[in-house]
Design a protein around this ligand. Structure first.
Ligand SMILES: Cc1ncc(COP(=O)(O)O)c(C=O)c1O
Length: 441
């Protein structure tokens, strides 16, 4: 551990916080244990400071939102303009059209857009929309996908193989309180296994409203769908009259201007966007083909809410999307991500450590295995303990990565040469220390 690294103030605050907040935090993913839970003081650009004054180069950037860097002056200025509206008035504003028009210009599959506050809310509304459009009740989910904190998607898979060698996925509620009665509505399939999807659609197609998919598993190391697979998913959805629902909460406006759909050359029927679209301001979008989206209407599928289309968030999104659309921010991010991967790969290869990268250079996963992972099982079977050891040491040296190897390394347009040099220098120190300690144990 770094000599000067201390979390004494975070540790003391944790003791106080847990008296008022379950496990001392507001989102359970932020709880890293009594000794390691961090509390933020402030963040700017690609750097974050905790309440002990420790400075970090941040590769979590809030799980993806701060695509231009924390506290981007241009976006914050726009948000201050948005405040002049006076808050949500329970009426619409002109800005809603501006942001919707921008999204439709960037993502070819989009005709109509509705806004919400979080990824969870948008996906929840999207599933309702798919059910309303098709008149069917259930949905397909991809093993290792994450779609937010609501009962219809809080299911995790248990992986086994049948005697004939087919993958057999069972599902369990993720955590307590998820009604088991919903189990029959969810059909899990592994990524990149088109036969598994075909079997499910053949058996249950007439009950399935949507195939809900993160084309790059942003919560499972960035494991990516292969282009052929996603083309075949598109065809199967068409064949069975199922809505292809791409959850682009993490990939949207990050991996390409038109999201992962542009990268793969496939159009979704409906999509959800969040994170990168507001550079940290709370906003999400449900967007898609007119025929489906227009089911949202009086007497049709419900969508909305008191804070939906909040003028501050919309103003921030309007500016963020303008910058992502009209400048080379995404090219800079991808180039930094590539150099980060190359630098880390060089250090790992010098030590003879087999590894591969998955996902996109702007949100990549590091796997200690010899072939690019194709499904969640490949993460389960990889040496993620080496990642875990490196991550803990990197954090204490001021390189903030997620302790859980399933969270990709996120890059922002504010990551610069100083960040890269510092990251690679510290990675080398940490790698040596981790390998020494593994050799001794
Ligand atoms: C792909 C995906 N969908 C949905 C969500 C839920 O978004 P939120 O945390 O804003 O509710 C997330 C969050 O990480 C996500 O990665």
């Amino acid at each position: 551990m770094s000599e000067n690294y201390s979390l004494s103030r975070s540790n003391a605050h944790f003791k106080k916080a847990e008296q008022r907040l379950p496990v001392g935090v507001t989102s359970t993913y932020r709880y890293w244990g009594p000794e390691d839970t961090l509390y933020t003081s402030h963040a700017k650009g690609a750097r974050l400071w905790d309440i002990d004054g420790n400075e970090y180069v941040d590769y979590r950037i809030g799980y993806g939102p701060a695509i231009l860097g924390y506290a981007d002056d241009r976006v914050d200025e726009a948000a201050r303009e948005g405040m002049k509206v006076g808050g949500p008035t329970a009426l619409s504003t002109e800005l809603e059209w501006s942001v919707a028009e921008r999204i439709a210009g960037m993502v070819p599959s989009v005709d109509l857009v509705r806004f919400a506050n979080s990824g969870t809310e948008a996906v929840m509304a999207g599933l309702r929309l798919a059910r309303s459009f098709t008149g069917r009740s259930s949905h397909v989910m991809i093993e290792g996908g994450y779609h937010g904190l609501f009962d219809g998607v809080l299911w995790e898979t248990e992986h086994s193989t049948t005697s004939s060698g087919e993958v057999d996925l069972q599902i369990q509620p993720e955590g307590k309180g998820v009604p088991s009665i919903l189990r029959s509505l969810i059909h899990p399939v592994p990524l990149n296994d088109i036969e598994a999807l075909e079997r499910v659609l053949h058996a249950h197609g007439s009950e399935i409203a949507a195939v809900l998919i993160e084309v790059i598993l942003g919560n499972a190391g960035g494991i990516a769908a292969e282009p052929d697979y996603i083309q075949n998913v598109r065809s199967l959805c068409d064949k069975h009259g199922v809505v292809l629902f791409m959850d682009e909460v993490k990939t949207g406006f990050r991996v390409a201007r038109g999201g992962v759909q542009e990268l793969m050359g496939v159009k979704a029927d409906i999509s959800t966007f969040a994170k990168a679209m507001g550079n940290g301001y709370p906003i999400s979008a449900l967007a898609g083909r007119k025929e489906i989206m227009s089911t949202i209407r009086p007497g049709g599928a419900a969508q909305g809410g008191t804070y939906a289309g909040h003028p501050v968030s919309l103003a921030a999104a309007n500016k963020t999307l303008e910058i992502l659309d009209e400048t080379d921010a995404l090219e800079k991010i991808a180039s930094y991500g590539t150099r980060l991967q190359e630098g880390i790969s060089h250090l790992l290869s010098k030590k003879g450590i087999t590894h591969v990268w998955s996902g996109h250079s702007s949100m990549s996963g590091l796997f200690f295995r010899d072939t690019v992972p194709r499904s969640y099982t490949d993460w389960v079977n990889s040496d993620f303990e080496l990642y875990d050891g490196l991550a803990a040491r990197l954090i204490s040296k001021g390189i903030l990565v997620e302790p859980d190897s399933r969270e990709p390394l996120f890059v922002s347009a504010a990551h610069d040469e100083s960040c890269l040099d510092e990251t690679l220098q510290k990675f080398e120190e940490v790698l040596t220390a981790e390998l020494d300690s593994r050799a001794q144990s």
